[in-house]
Design a protein around this ligand. Structure first.
Ligand SMILES: [Zn+2]
Length: 468
Protein backbone atom coordinates (compact mmCIF):
# COMPACT_ATOMS: atom_id res chain seq x y z
CA UNK A 1 0.00 0.00 0.00
CA UNK A 2 1.35 3.42 -0.93
CA UNK A 3 1.74 6.03 1.80
CA UNK A 4 0.71 9.60 1.20
CA UNK A 5 1.40 12.37 3.72
CA UNK A 6 -0.04 15.77 2.88
CA UNK A 7 -0.02 18.93 4.99
CA UNK A 8 -1.25 22.50 4.66
CA UNK A 9 0.73 25.38 6.07
CA UNK A 10 -0.43 26.27 9.55
CA UNK A 11 -2.43 29.48 9.32
CA UNK A 12 -1.43 32.19 11.77
CA UNK A 13 -4.28 32.74 14.21
CA UNK A 14 -4.43 36.52 14.42
CA UNK A 15 -7.48 36.42 12.13
CA UNK A 16 -10.39 34.09 11.39
CA UNK A 17 -10.24 31.67 8.43
CA UNK A 18 -10.45 33.44 5.07
CA UNK A 19 -11.11 32.16 1.60
CA UNK A 20 -7.44 31.91 0.68
CA UNK A 21 -6.79 29.37 3.39
CA UNK A 22 -10.09 27.65 2.50
CA UNK A 23 -8.66 27.09 -0.99
CA UNK A 24 -5.47 25.62 0.45
CA UNK A 25 -7.20 23.23 2.85
CA UNK A 26 -9.74 22.21 0.16
CA UNK A 27 -6.93 21.41 -2.27
CA UNK A 28 -5.27 19.27 0.38
CA UNK A 29 -8.63 17.61 1.08
CA UNK A 30 -9.21 16.72 -2.59
CA UNK A 31 -5.74 15.19 -2.85
CA UNK A 32 -6.19 13.27 0.42
CA UNK A 33 -9.59 11.90 -0.66
CA UNK A 34 -8.32 11.08 -4.14
CA UNK A 35 -5.40 9.06 -2.77
CA UNK A 36 -7.66 7.25 -0.28
CA UNK A 37 -10.02 6.30 -3.11
CA UNK A 38 -7.11 4.90 -5.06
CA UNK A 39 -6.22 2.66 -2.16
CA UNK A 40 -3.35 4.65 -0.64
CA UNK A 41 -2.87 5.02 3.09
CA UNK A 42 -3.20 8.75 3.80
CA UNK A 43 -2.19 11.08 6.61
CA UNK A 44 -3.59 14.59 6.21
CA UNK A 45 -2.27 17.25 8.61
CA UNK A 46 -3.39 20.79 9.32
CA UNK A 47 -3.52 23.01 12.42
CA UNK A 48 -2.66 26.45 13.73
CA UNK A 49 0.47 28.56 14.19
CA UNK A 50 0.07 30.31 17.56
CA UNK A 51 3.30 31.94 18.75
CA UNK A 52 4.81 35.31 17.91
CA UNK A 53 4.49 39.02 18.39
CA UNK A 54 1.29 39.58 16.47
CA UNK A 55 -0.73 37.06 18.50
CA UNK A 56 0.83 38.37 21.71
CA UNK A 57 -0.12 42.00 20.94
CA UNK A 58 -3.58 41.11 19.70
CA UNK A 59 -4.44 39.26 22.91
CA UNK A 60 -3.03 42.15 25.01
CA UNK A 61 -5.16 44.61 23.06
CA UNK A 62 -8.28 42.55 23.70
CA UNK A 63 -7.29 42.10 27.35
CA UNK A 64 -7.90 38.37 27.36
CA UNK A 65 -5.35 35.79 28.43
CA UNK A 66 -3.10 34.68 25.62
CA UNK A 67 -3.86 30.99 26.04
CA UNK A 68 -7.60 31.66 25.89
CA UNK A 69 -7.10 33.85 22.83
CA UNK A 70 -5.24 31.01 21.11
CA UNK A 71 -7.81 28.40 22.18
CA UNK A 72 -10.70 30.45 20.75
CA UNK A 73 -9.00 31.31 17.48
CA UNK A 74 -7.70 27.80 16.95
CA UNK A 75 -11.25 26.44 17.26
CA UNK A 76 -12.44 28.54 14.33
CA UNK A 77 -9.89 26.69 12.16
CA UNK A 78 -10.60 23.29 13.67
CA UNK A 79 -14.27 23.81 12.81
CA UNK A 80 -13.47 23.92 9.06
CA UNK A 81 -13.71 20.13 9.30
CA UNK A 82 -17.49 20.50 9.66
CA UNK A 83 -17.96 23.76 7.76
CA UNK A 84 -16.27 22.55 4.56
CA UNK A 85 -16.38 18.76 5.13
CA UNK A 86 -12.59 18.45 5.39
CA UNK A 87 -11.17 14.97 5.99
CA UNK A 88 -8.01 15.85 7.92
CA UNK A 89 -6.53 13.19 10.19
CA UNK A 90 -4.55 15.44 12.50
CA UNK A 91 -4.93 18.97 13.82
CA UNK A 92 -1.70 20.26 15.38
CA UNK A 93 -1.33 23.43 17.43
CA UNK A 94 2.15 24.88 17.84
CA UNK A 95 1.30 25.38 21.54
CA UNK A 96 0.81 21.59 21.95
CA UNK A 97 3.36 20.26 24.45
CA UNK A 98 4.67 17.54 22.13
CA UNK A 99 5.28 20.12 19.42
CA UNK A 100 7.14 22.49 21.78
CA UNK A 101 9.43 19.63 22.83
CA UNK A 102 10.02 18.63 19.21
CA UNK A 103 10.90 22.22 18.26
CA UNK A 104 13.50 22.31 21.06
CA UNK A 105 14.99 18.99 19.99
CA UNK A 106 15.09 20.23 16.40
CA UNK A 107 17.01 23.32 17.52
CA UNK A 108 19.51 21.14 19.36
CA UNK A 109 20.14 19.07 16.23
CA UNK A 110 20.80 22.19 14.12
CA UNK A 111 23.07 23.50 16.88
CA UNK A 112 24.86 20.13 16.92
CA UNK A 113 25.56 20.56 13.20
CA UNK A 114 27.29 23.87 13.98
CA UNK A 115 24.60 25.88 12.19
CA UNK A 116 23.41 28.14 15.03
CA UNK A 117 25.42 31.10 16.34
CA UNK A 118 24.82 34.36 18.25
CA UNK A 119 25.44 37.88 16.96
CA UNK A 120 24.25 41.48 17.22
CA UNK A 121 21.28 42.11 15.09
CA UNK A 122 19.75 45.30 13.74
CA UNK A 123 16.91 45.00 11.31
CA UNK A 124 13.67 46.44 10.05
CA UNK A 125 10.81 44.26 11.05
CA UNK A 126 7.18 44.29 9.84
CA UNK A 127 4.89 43.21 12.66
CA UNK A 128 2.08 42.66 10.12
CA UNK A 129 4.10 40.01 8.27
CA UNK A 130 6.06 38.82 11.32
CA UNK A 131 9.07 39.10 9.02
CA UNK A 132 12.30 40.98 8.73
CA UNK A 133 12.36 43.23 5.69
CA UNK A 134 15.39 44.20 3.68
CA UNK A 135 15.45 47.72 2.20
CA UNK A 136 14.77 46.29 -1.26
CA UNK A 137 11.53 44.75 0.01
CA UNK A 138 10.24 48.05 1.35
CA UNK A 139 8.53 50.73 -0.72
CA UNK A 140 9.08 54.28 0.62
CA UNK A 141 10.37 52.62 3.76
CA UNK A 142 7.13 50.70 4.27
CA UNK A 143 6.02 47.11 3.80
CA UNK A 144 3.90 46.94 0.62
CA UNK A 145 1.50 44.50 2.35
CA UNK A 146 1.14 46.74 5.42
CA UNK A 147 1.58 50.35 4.25
CA UNK A 148 -0.25 51.65 7.35
CA UNK A 149 2.35 50.21 9.74
CA UNK A 150 5.88 51.57 10.02
CA UNK A 151 8.49 48.78 10.15
CA UNK A 152 10.10 48.52 13.59
CA UNK A 153 13.87 48.70 14.09
CA UNK A 154 15.11 45.83 16.19
CA UNK A 155 18.59 45.78 17.72
CA UNK A 156 19.57 42.96 20.01
CA UNK A 157 21.67 39.85 20.38
CA UNK A 158 20.06 37.02 18.43
CA UNK A 159 20.69 33.48 17.36
CA UNK A 160 21.28 33.02 13.66
CA UNK A 161 20.95 30.06 11.37
CA UNK A 162 23.79 29.43 8.90
CA UNK A 163 21.58 29.56 5.82
CA UNK A 164 24.46 30.63 3.56
CA UNK A 165 26.13 27.25 4.09
CA UNK A 166 23.24 25.55 2.26
CA UNK A 167 23.27 27.43 -1.02
CA UNK A 168 24.87 24.64 -3.10
CA UNK A 169 22.87 21.91 -1.40
CA UNK A 170 19.61 23.72 -2.13
CA UNK A 171 20.57 24.26 -5.76
CA UNK A 172 21.38 20.54 -6.03
CA UNK A 173 17.99 19.72 -4.50
CA UNK A 174 16.18 21.81 -7.15
CA UNK A 175 18.37 20.49 -9.98
CA UNK A 176 17.69 16.87 -9.06
CA UNK A 177 13.92 17.29 -8.59
CA UNK A 178 12.44 19.25 -11.47
CA UNK A 179 8.96 19.05 -9.89
CA UNK A 180 10.07 19.75 -6.33
CA UNK A 181 8.06 22.99 -6.40
CA UNK A 182 4.95 23.30 -8.57
CA UNK A 183 3.95 25.27 -10.57
CA UNK A 184 7.38 25.38 -12.19
CA UNK A 185 7.55 29.17 -12.35
CA UNK A 186 7.65 29.11 -8.53
CA UNK A 187 10.59 26.68 -8.60
CA UNK A 188 12.39 29.11 -10.92
CA UNK A 189 11.61 31.96 -8.53
CA UNK A 190 13.03 30.21 -5.49
CA UNK A 191 16.05 28.98 -7.47
CA UNK A 192 16.99 32.48 -8.54
CA UNK A 193 16.48 33.70 -4.95
CA UNK A 194 19.01 31.10 -3.77
CA UNK A 195 21.38 31.69 -6.72
CA UNK A 196 21.64 35.39 -5.91
CA UNK A 197 23.27 34.44 -2.61
CA UNK A 198 21.47 33.77 0.65
CA UNK A 199 22.15 35.32 4.01
CA UNK A 200 22.00 33.78 7.45
CA UNK A 201 18.75 34.62 9.20
CA UNK A 202 17.76 35.29 12.77
CA UNK A 203 15.88 32.50 14.53
CA UNK A 204 15.33 33.93 18.02
CA UNK A 205 13.90 36.88 19.95
CA UNK A 206 14.60 38.25 23.41
CA UNK A 207 12.09 36.77 25.80
CA UNK A 208 11.70 39.96 27.82
CA UNK A 209 10.49 41.72 24.68
CA UNK A 210 8.39 38.91 23.33
CA UNK A 211 7.56 36.18 25.84
CA UNK A 212 5.11 34.22 23.68
CA UNK A 213 7.35 31.62 22.05
CA UNK A 214 9.23 28.37 22.52
CA UNK A 215 12.19 28.77 24.86
CA UNK A 216 15.61 28.30 23.28
CA UNK A 217 17.24 25.17 24.79
CA UNK A 218 19.91 26.17 27.33
CA UNK A 219 19.19 29.92 27.06
CA UNK A 220 15.96 30.95 28.84
CA UNK A 221 16.47 34.62 27.86
CA UNK A 222 15.57 33.81 24.26
CA UNK A 223 12.57 32.34 22.52
CA UNK A 224 12.52 30.89 19.02
CA UNK A 225 11.40 33.05 16.17
CA UNK A 226 7.87 31.99 15.26
CA UNK A 227 8.73 30.74 11.75
CA UNK A 228 11.38 28.36 13.07
CA UNK A 229 9.11 26.76 15.63
CA UNK A 230 6.06 26.58 13.35
CA UNK A 231 7.86 24.83 10.48
CA UNK A 232 8.84 21.96 12.76
CA UNK A 233 5.15 20.95 12.87
CA UNK A 234 5.55 19.11 9.56
CA UNK A 235 7.74 16.55 11.32
CA UNK A 236 6.37 16.73 14.89
CA UNK A 237 2.84 16.00 13.56
CA UNK A 238 4.01 12.54 12.47
CA UNK A 239 5.88 11.63 15.63
CA UNK A 240 9.35 13.15 15.28
CA UNK A 241 11.49 12.66 17.38
CA UNK A 242 9.73 10.34 19.86
CA UNK A 243 8.00 7.91 17.55
CA UNK A 244 10.52 7.35 14.80
CA UNK A 245 8.66 4.34 13.43
CA UNK A 246 5.64 6.52 12.75
CA UNK A 247 7.85 9.27 11.39
CA UNK A 248 9.69 6.96 8.96
CA UNK A 249 6.36 5.58 7.81
CA UNK A 250 5.03 8.97 6.67
CA UNK A 251 7.95 11.27 5.88
CA UNK A 252 8.56 12.99 3.42
CA UNK A 253 5.57 15.30 3.11
CA UNK A 254 3.72 16.81 0.21
CA UNK A 255 3.30 20.41 1.40
CA UNK A 256 0.90 23.09 0.31
CA UNK A 257 1.69 26.76 0.75
CA UNK A 258 0.64 30.20 -0.39
CA UNK A 259 2.99 32.08 -2.70
CA UNK A 260 3.94 34.49 0.11
CA UNK A 261 5.50 31.48 1.85
CA UNK A 262 7.60 30.29 -1.07
CA UNK A 263 11.01 31.19 0.37
CA UNK A 264 10.24 29.94 3.85
CA UNK A 265 8.88 26.61 2.61
CA UNK A 266 11.03 25.81 -0.38
CA UNK A 267 14.37 27.24 0.82
CA UNK A 268 14.64 28.07 4.54
CA UNK A 269 12.71 25.03 5.76
CA UNK A 270 14.59 22.71 3.41
CA UNK A 271 17.92 24.04 4.72
CA UNK A 272 17.00 23.56 8.39
CA UNK A 273 15.80 20.03 7.59
CA UNK A 274 19.23 19.24 6.13
CA UNK A 275 20.88 20.79 9.17
CA UNK A 276 18.80 18.60 11.52
CA UNK A 277 19.76 15.52 9.52
CA UNK A 278 16.30 14.93 8.04
CA UNK A 279 15.65 14.30 4.35
CA UNK A 280 13.89 17.00 2.37
CA UNK A 281 10.18 17.39 1.73
CA UNK A 282 8.73 15.42 -1.14
CA UNK A 283 6.98 18.15 -3.07
CA UNK A 284 5.68 21.64 -2.48
CA UNK A 285 2.58 22.99 -4.17
CA UNK A 286 2.53 26.78 -4.17
CA UNK A 287 -0.80 28.53 -4.33
CA UNK A 288 -1.64 32.01 -5.42
CA UNK A 289 -4.73 33.79 -4.39
CA UNK A 290 -5.96 37.29 -3.98
CA UNK A 291 -7.59 38.00 -0.69
CA UNK A 292 -4.96 36.58 1.57
CA UNK A 293 -4.66 40.04 3.03
CA UNK A 294 -8.25 40.90 2.31
CA UNK A 295 -7.21 43.77 0.05
CA UNK A 296 -8.52 43.18 -3.44
CA UNK A 297 -11.62 41.47 -2.07
CA UNK A 298 -12.35 44.34 0.29
CA UNK A 299 -12.51 46.75 -2.58
CA UNK A 300 -15.01 44.74 -4.58
CA UNK A 301 -17.38 43.58 -1.85
CA UNK A 302 -16.86 45.81 1.15
CA UNK A 303 -15.65 43.01 3.37
CA UNK A 304 -13.97 39.65 3.21
CA UNK A 305 -16.07 36.68 2.15
CA UNK A 306 -15.68 33.97 4.79
CA UNK A 307 -16.03 30.25 4.09
CA UNK A 308 -18.87 30.00 6.65
CA UNK A 309 -20.88 32.75 4.93
CA UNK A 310 -20.39 31.03 1.60
CA UNK A 311 -21.70 27.77 3.00
CA UNK A 312 -24.86 29.51 4.21
CA UNK A 313 -25.54 30.69 0.69
CA UNK A 314 -24.20 27.91 -1.55
CA UNK A 315 -24.17 24.83 0.71
CA UNK A 316 -21.06 22.80 1.54
CA UNK A 317 -20.50 21.23 -1.89
CA UNK A 318 -21.51 24.41 -3.69
CA UNK A 319 -18.83 26.27 -1.71
CA UNK A 320 -16.24 23.56 -2.32
CA UNK A 321 -16.95 23.71 -6.04
CA UNK A 322 -16.80 27.51 -6.27
CA UNK A 323 -13.56 27.90 -4.33
CA UNK A 324 -11.81 25.01 -6.10
CA UNK A 325 -12.89 26.03 -9.57
CA UNK A 326 -11.97 29.68 -9.05
CA UNK A 327 -8.64 28.89 -7.51
CA UNK A 328 -6.87 27.88 -10.69
CA UNK A 329 -3.63 26.41 -9.49
CA UNK A 330 -0.88 28.93 -8.97
CA UNK A 331 -2.97 31.80 -10.24
CA UNK A 332 -4.51 34.64 -8.31
CA UNK A 333 -8.14 34.32 -7.43
CA UNK A 334 -10.32 37.37 -7.82
CA UNK A 335 -13.75 36.81 -6.32
CA UNK A 336 -17.00 38.54 -5.42
CA UNK A 337 -20.50 37.47 -4.36
CA UNK A 338 -21.75 38.34 -7.86
CA UNK A 339 -19.19 36.14 -9.60
CA UNK A 340 -19.78 33.26 -7.21
CA UNK A 341 -23.57 33.47 -7.59
CA UNK A 342 -23.34 33.64 -11.36
CA UNK A 343 -21.09 30.60 -11.50
CA UNK A 344 -23.23 28.71 -8.99
CA UNK A 345 -26.35 29.23 -11.13
CA UNK A 346 -24.63 28.42 -14.42
CA UNK A 347 -22.56 25.41 -13.38
CA UNK A 348 -24.49 23.89 -10.50
CA UNK A 349 -28.19 24.84 -10.69
CA UNK A 350 -28.47 24.92 -14.52
CA UNK A 351 -25.52 22.62 -15.23
CA UNK A 352 -25.07 19.59 -13.01
CA UNK A 353 -28.36 19.93 -11.08
CA UNK A 354 -30.40 20.22 -14.25
CA UNK A 355 -28.66 17.26 -15.88
CA UNK A 356 -29.32 15.02 -12.89
CA UNK A 357 -33.01 15.94 -12.60
CA UNK A 358 -33.64 15.51 -16.34
CA UNK A 359 -31.99 12.09 -16.53
CA UNK A 360 -33.72 10.85 -13.40
CA UNK A 361 -37.13 12.14 -14.51
CA UNK A 362 -36.82 10.34 -17.85
CA UNK A 363 -35.50 7.15 -16.34
CA UNK A 364 -38.57 5.71 -14.61
CA UNK A 365 -39.42 3.42 -17.57
CA UNK A 366 -35.87 2.41 -18.33
CA UNK A 367 -33.59 -0.34 -16.98
CA UNK A 368 -29.93 0.53 -17.20
CA UNK A 369 -27.09 -1.84 -17.84
CA UNK A 370 -24.21 -1.10 -15.51
CA UNK A 371 -20.70 -1.15 -16.96
CA UNK A 372 -17.25 -0.76 -15.45
CA UNK A 373 -16.26 2.75 -14.63
CA UNK A 374 -12.69 3.99 -14.48
CA UNK A 375 -11.21 7.40 -13.84
CA UNK A 376 -10.00 9.19 -16.95
CA UNK A 377 -6.19 9.34 -17.18
CA UNK A 378 -6.05 12.96 -18.25
CA UNK A 379 -8.22 13.91 -15.28
CA UNK A 380 -5.98 11.91 -12.93
CA UNK A 381 -2.90 13.71 -14.19
CA UNK A 382 -4.53 17.10 -13.60
CA UNK A 383 -5.34 16.13 -9.99
CA UNK A 384 -1.82 14.83 -9.40
CA UNK A 385 -0.38 18.11 -10.65
CA UNK A 386 -2.85 20.01 -8.46
CA UNK A 387 -4.56 21.56 -11.49
CA UNK A 388 -7.88 21.13 -9.70
CA UNK A 389 -9.70 23.99 -11.42
CA UNK A 390 -8.81 22.46 -14.78
CA UNK A 391 -9.84 19.00 -13.62
CA UNK A 392 -13.26 20.42 -12.74
CA UNK A 393 -13.45 22.17 -16.12
CA UNK A 394 -12.84 18.83 -17.77
CA UNK A 395 -15.89 17.35 -15.99
CA UNK A 396 -18.04 20.43 -16.56
CA UNK A 397 -17.35 20.25 -20.31
CA UNK A 398 -18.86 16.77 -20.13
CA UNK A 399 -21.89 18.09 -18.22
CA UNK A 400 -22.50 20.81 -20.81
CA UNK A 401 -22.14 18.27 -23.63
CA UNK A 402 -24.68 15.97 -22.00
CA UNK A 403 -27.19 18.75 -21.44
CA UNK A 404 -26.84 19.61 -25.12
CA UNK A 405 -27.12 15.94 -26.07
CA UNK A 406 -30.50 15.83 -24.27
CA UNK A 407 -31.73 18.93 -26.09
CA UNK A 408 -30.57 17.58 -29.46
CA UNK A 409 -32.06 14.12 -29.03
CA UNK A 410 -35.27 15.02 -27.14
CA UNK A 411 -35.58 11.68 -25.32
CA UNK A 412 -39.08 12.63 -24.05
CA UNK A 413 -40.24 12.47 -27.68
CA UNK A 414 -38.25 9.31 -28.43
CA UNK A 415 -40.02 7.64 -25.52
CA UNK A 416 -43.26 7.91 -27.51
CA UNK A 417 -41.86 7.18 -30.99
CA UNK A 418 -38.71 5.07 -30.91
CA UNK A 419 -38.08 2.97 -27.79
CA UNK A 420 -34.86 1.44 -29.17
CA UNK A 421 -33.27 4.84 -29.77
CA UNK A 422 -34.66 6.09 -26.43
CA UNK A 423 -32.89 3.16 -24.78
CA UNK A 424 -29.57 4.03 -26.43
CA UNK A 425 -29.79 7.68 -25.47
CA UNK A 426 -30.68 6.90 -21.87
CA UNK A 427 -27.98 4.25 -21.55
CA UNK A 428 -25.34 6.78 -22.62
CA UNK A 429 -26.65 9.38 -20.17
CA UNK A 430 -26.74 6.82 -17.36
CA UNK A 431 -23.10 5.87 -17.93
CA UNK A 432 -22.03 9.50 -18.23
CA UNK A 433 -23.77 10.48 -15.00
CA UNK A 434 -22.18 7.58 -13.18
CA UNK A 435 -18.80 8.69 -14.51
CA UNK A 436 -19.44 12.27 -13.46
CA UNK A 437 -20.43 11.15 -9.95
CA UNK A 438 -17.26 9.08 -9.69
CA UNK A 439 -15.01 11.88 -10.92
CA UNK A 440 -16.36 14.56 -8.59
CA UNK A 441 -16.23 12.30 -5.54
CA UNK A 442 -13.13 13.93 -4.00
CA UNK A 443 -14.33 17.44 -4.86
CA UNK A 444 -18.00 17.19 -3.86
CA UNK A 445 -18.37 14.01 -1.80
CA UNK A 446 -22.02 14.51 -0.72
CA UNK A 447 -23.22 15.41 -4.22
CA UNK A 448 -21.46 12.37 -5.66
CA UNK A 449 -23.28 10.12 -3.17
CA UNK A 450 -26.63 11.76 -3.93
CA UNK A 451 -26.24 11.25 -7.68
CA UNK A 452 -25.37 7.57 -7.26
CA UNK A 453 -28.35 7.11 -4.96
CA UNK A 454 -30.66 8.93 -7.38
CA UNK A 455 -29.55 6.68 -10.25
CA UNK A 456 -30.24 3.62 -8.12
CA UNK A 457 -33.64 4.73 -6.81
CA UNK A 458 -34.70 6.67 -9.91
CA UNK A 459 -35.77 9.63 -7.84
CA UNK A 460 -34.02 12.78 -6.71
CA UNK A 461 -34.37 15.97 -4.75
CA UNK A 462 -33.23 19.27 -6.30
CA UNK A 463 -29.46 19.23 -5.81
CA UNK A 464 -28.76 22.94 -6.33
CA UNK A 465 -31.54 25.50 -5.96
CA UNK A 466 -31.18 28.52 -8.22
CA UNK A 467 -30.16 31.65 -6.31
CA UNK A 468 -31.25 35.18 -7.20
ZN1 LIG B 1 4.13 43.50 6.21
Amino acid sequence: MNKFYITTTLPYINADPHIGFALEILEADVLARFHRENGDEVFFNTGTDEHGLKVYRESEKLGIGIQKYCDDKSKSYEKLKQVLNISYDNFIRTTDKYHVKAAQEFWKRCNGSGDIYKKMYRVKYCVGCELEKTDSELIDGKCPLHPDQKPEIIEEENYFFRFSKYQDKLLDLYANNSEFVLPKKRLNEVRSFVEQGIEDFSISRLKRKMPWGVEVPGDPEHVMYVWFDALVNYVSAIGWPNDMEKFEKWWPAVQLAGKDNLRQQAAMWQAVLMSAGISNSKQIFINGFIGVNGQKMSKSIGNVITPAEMVKRFGVDGTRYLILSYGNFGEDMDVSWEKFTEKYNADLANGLGNLVSRVIRLSSEFNYKMSNISINQEFMKLVDLMELGRALEYIWDKIREDNKYIEDNKPWELAKEDMAKFGDVMQKLFIDLNLIAEHINSFMPETSKKIKKALEEKKTEILFQRIK
